[in-house]
Each structure stands twice: as C-alpha cells, then as structure tokens.
Design a protein around this ligand. Structure first.
Ligand code: NAD
Length: 267
C-alpha cells in the first residue's frame, strides 16, 4: 500500500505543466514508471523527468500532439520501447481558445475539440489496444488497464464565452462513460476527474491578482483555489487497486464548486 502503483507504467499526456506535471510526480512517487508526454517545449518535459529521477523514480519525456493520429501511435510505440506496454493512461492534455459565441472562429472551435475530445479518443483507443495486446498482469493490478480522462466541472456547468471548451468536456463525459461500458467486461476501468479551479497556467488570469482570486473564491465553498496535487492524489487513487470497483465515474475534485454556492445567499 506504500507504493500503490509499483511496477506499473503510466502515460500522462500534457505532463510537463500544471495538473499533468502534478500527476507525473505523484504517480512516480507511487511507484509507476511515467511517460511525460508534451507537445512543445522539450525543456519543461525534461525538467519533470529530472525531478522524478532526483526523487528516485523512473520517467521519460516523449513529444506528441494528441490530436494527431500518427503522433499518438508513435507516442505509444516509443513509450512501449522505453518501459513496456502501459497499465495507466491519464488523458490530461487540453487547452482553451476563449471567445464570445458570435465571435468564435471555426479554428478556435476545432482547435479545442481536436485537442480536448479527439485527443482523448485517440489516446484512449491506443491504450485499449495496448492493454489487450499485453494481456493481464495480475501481480501488478487487478484491472487489465486503467484510463483516466481529465474532464472539468464544465462537463456539467455551462460556461459563457467558452462554448468550445464546455462542449469538449461534455463530450469527454459521454466518451468516458460509453467507453467504460464497452470495455468494463474485460476489466479495463475508465473514469474521469473533473477539476474545479486549479492553480495552473491555463487559468492564470483567474487567480493571478488578489482581486481576481477573491472573485474566484466566491465560486468555491471550500475557500481555497485548488493545487495540482489535489488532482494528482485523486488520479493515483483512481489508477490504483484501491478503486478497483470504481467504473465509469466522474470524480469532482472542486472544493464544492458544483454545489452552486450562489444559492447560499440567493435561496
Ligand atoms: P496547462 O496548460 O498547464 O496544461 C495543459 C497541457 O496540455 C500543457 O502542457 C499543454 O502543452 C498540453 N497540450 C495542449 N494541447 C496539447 C496537444 N494537442 N497535444 C499534447 N499536449 C497538449 O493547464 P492544466 O490546468 O494543467 O490543464 C490540464 C487539464 O486539466 C486540461 O485538460 C484542462 O482542461 C483540465 N482542467 C484544468 C482546470 C484548471 O482549473 N486548471 C480545471 C478543469 C479542467
């Protein structure tokens, strides 16, 4: 129980910053060998690998754009060459291209859907294929494989000015549940984490100044902005046998953001 992911191999997409970086460190500390996927900026990914090595863990950096089919296939081939077939996929890579609806360009729409939804499809498909090819490893995990999709509270909370992003995460929710239903009989567990407001580069302007942070905290009953570690701990649990009976669930890790805190005052 000390190292719940000992002997396992994890691929974390978008692993060089923010939540992905937190997941990389936590999974490595839990005993997994971790593939740090990044799209650009090899330095950030190599820095994560260096941190894992310094802590006595195993990691390797592999570049790939998750929205590109050939690059995803290449990512899984290189990951397997480095550590062997994966046990865990954390489909975390994602981005925003915010715009008021009538001003949103088709390119902004497609960029977000391609990375956040198609990227999860391509990576999850490659993972399912890899789990099947490898077969069971009863000594390291009760499941044949585990997939964790990084969703968002915006898979249920509508978000004006971010229609592309909310659509992508709403899509992730039913991608995750439909896939979970399809592959559960072969003991592949598919689940999602829906983070609330986590302090990362993606939403810097929302917490960067005291005024912005105070505004943000009105949406968070628990009274603090989340940290990547909050999500990383949940990811380790969802990847471990401790959650072996958890199938097709979205775990909201949001300090209560989905409790509609405005109703404390408004009711
Ligand atoms: P981040 O910008 O630090 O991390 C996202 C990472 O994904 C970056 O490293 C980026 O380079 C990578 N990426 C983007 N497109 C890619 C592509 N096509 N191929 C490969 N990598 C790609 O932001 P974050 O907050 O750590 O976001 C991680 C995930 O968490 C995202 O899916 C995001 O939607 C989700 N999320 C974040 C929050 C939050 O408050 N920070 C809340 C809910 C959901």
């Amino acid at each position: 129980a000390d190292k719940p992911l000992a002997g396992q191999i994890a691929i974390v997409t978008g692993g060089s910053s923010g939540i992905g970086a937190g997941v990389v460190l936590a999974m490595a500390a839990a005993g997994a060998a971790v593939v740090v996927n990044y799209r650009s900026g090899v330095e950030g990914a190599e820095a994560m690998v260096g941190k894992v090595h310094a802590a006595g863990g195993r990691a390797v950096a592999i570049g790939a754009d998750v929205s590109d089919e050939a690059q995803v296939e290449q990512l899984f081939r290189e990951a397997e060459a480095a550590f062997g077939p994966p046990d865990i996929l954390v489909a975390n890579a994602g981005l925003q291209r915010d715009a008021a609806f009538a001003e949103m360009t088709l390119e902004q729409w497609r960029t977000v859907l391609d990375a956040n939804l198609t990227g999860q499809f391509l990576c999850a498909r490659a993972a399912v294929r890899a789990f099947r090819r490898r077969g069971p490893r009863a000594k390291v995990s009760r499941a044949l494989g585990k997939i964790i999709c990084m969703s968002s509270v915006h898979d249920v909370i509508p978000w004006a000015g971010h229609v592309n992003y909310a659509s992508s995460k709403g899509g992730v929710s039913l991608l995750m549940r439909s896939l979970a239903q399809e592959v559960a009989p072969e003991r592949i567990r598919v689940n999602a984490i829906a983070p609330g407001a986590i302090r990362t580069p993606i939403n810097r302007e929302a917490w960067e100044t005291p005024e912005a942070e105070a505004q943000l905290l009105r949406l968070i009953p628990y009274g603090r902005v989340g940290e990547p570690e909050d999500i990383a701990e949940a990811a380790v649990w969802l990847a471990s046998d401790a959650s072996d009976y958890v199938v097709g669930t979205t775990l909201y890790v949001d300090g209560g953001m989905t409790l509609y805190p405005a109703f404390r005052e408004g009711g």
